[in-house]
Design a protein around this ligand. Structure first.
Ligand code: DX5
Ligand code: ZN
Length: 220
């Protein structure tokens, strides 16, 4: 499975989103962080802005919902055309029903775990989703440092995916850069979100390519 790079536009210029989406056109997905100031202590953008981003983005959207009540909100992001919609396991009331609804609407269904949430209680949900997002920082802000202690969780998740013979993507988000991506790939991740590392680079397409090459060279 080749590595997929999903730059986070949280580190883009929010007054120049169309221009900044163009800068990551060589990536696989554009990662869109939706925060509601309840599930996390930060506020970003909501459905109307994501709908416009969807209309102008050169690449598919990977929407990461850091919000309460995703059971109500997540399907609406699929309805506006997001290719992948990820809700937090801690916030969902009925994750299996929600995942099935997202798939019915034509999106890939993702489920995210905060750093302190173990994967084990969700092993029986993995067959219902397309992607498991293992947060490698506390959600809410860009530019934080990678939590090394998440590597065993990535390994355990990858092992469970193998045991169940699933075609499930494992995404990591937070603190991913050229100095951390190899270890996350070795542990078993195959989709890599990077905000500050990509948008902070002088040559953004070169940074995307470098991250992809490093991840592919250290694939599980
Ligand atoms: C944090 C967000 C991330 C963030 C990552 O809660 O979910 O997507 O943009 O930023 P970096 O790559 O700078 O850690
Ligand atoms: Zn994110």
């Amino acid at each position: 499975m080749s590595a997929l790079i999903s730059p986070s536009i949280l580190s883009a210029d929010f007054t120049n989103l169309e221009r900044d989406l163009g800068k990551i056109a060589s990536a696989d997905y554009a990662h869109v962080d939706v925060m509601d100031n309840h599930f996390v202590p930060n506020l970003t953008i909501g459905l109307p802005v994501v709908e416009r981003i969807q209309q102008v983005s050169p690449i598919p959207l990977d929407v990461h919902l850091m919000i309460d009540n995703p059971d109500l909100w997540a399907p609406q992001y699929a309805e506006v055309g997001a290719a992948s919609v990820t809700f937090h396991a801690e916030a969902a009331t009925a994750p299996i029903r929600l995942a099935r609804e997202l798939r019915r609407l034509g999106a890939r269904a993702g489920m995210a775990l905060r750093p302190a949430t173990p994967v084990e209680p969700f092993l029986d949900v993995l067959s219902e989703i397309d992607m498991l997002l293992i947060m490698t920082v506390e959600p809410g802000f860009g530019g934080q440092s990678f939590i090394e202690g998440m590597l065993p969780k990535i390994q355990r998740a990858r092992k469970a995916v193998g045991q169940q013979d699933l075609d499930l993507w494992i995404q990591v988000d937070g603190g991913i850069s050229s100095s951390t991506i190899s270890r996350a790939a070795e542990a078993g991740a195959n989709v890599f979100v990077a905000g500050s590392a990509v948008y902070g680079a002088d040559d953004i397409p070169a940074e995307i390519e470098a991250l992809r090459d490093l991840a592919n060279a250290h694939q599980h």
